[in-house]
Design a protein. Sequence first.
Length: 249
Amino acid sequence: MSTEPPWPERYGRVVLDSVDSTNAEAARMAPELDYPTWILAHEQAAPRGRRGNRWSMPPGNFAATLVMRPGGVPGWAALRGFMAGVALFEALALYVDRTRLSLKWPNDVLLDQGKVAGILLESAGKGGQVDWLAIGIGVNLTAAPTEIRDAAFPPVSVAEQTDIRIDPEQLLVRLAGFYATQEDILTQLGFEPIRESWLRHAARLGEIITARTSQGEVIGRFETIDDAGQLVLETEDGPKLIPAAEIYF
Ligand SMILES: O=C(O)CCCC[C@@H]1SC[C@@H]2NC(=O)N[C@@H]21
């Protein structure tokens, strides 16, 4: 891959040797932000994962956060997790055979059925309006963390699964390009084409899966995601819409 694509217009870029967490840095930068900005760090001392979990970042892995002030209601901002998932899928597919990659709802990337990347959305706002949104993306490029949290989806890394070495800064340029395209699609055509792209790469679509929610488990056929990104399961009691859950295959 010799030619470097251009950095997308109207996006800033900050590259740090080390930080506590790129999402924490995003929150600090947000009040002064003029335009959406990618923050990449080569080291994170306190990376965070979804649901209050810690995220582990062995050296050489990818850690970046896109911080923006998109305005609008939280549900609309949350669609950007799917946009980031599609963009990350496309960026990784420049290096790795795309048939080995898939998207696990809501926004993990799987490589050979193991978790290779996770996305953490954090936001703040008031009066029902989003003030800022941080889309934090971690990709196991060189090594998977050794502490296995989710035995159903053991962490894997690109290097260990494929022998392919990806430079984090090079991946960022490609990811930022694909992400900017997703924003253009959202502006011009709405969420529907993004929903369709996400579904094309979805893991286990049409199969029976288990969603573990705060109210218990729901088992059903993974039919689709709706226009708010909710999981739609066809269960014995009819269709169920699930806004938040961990899913198991
Ligand atoms: O739990 C998950 O699946 C989401 C993990 C997200 C990790 C990334 S690494 C870059 C950004 N900064 C953080 O502190 N977390 C996210």
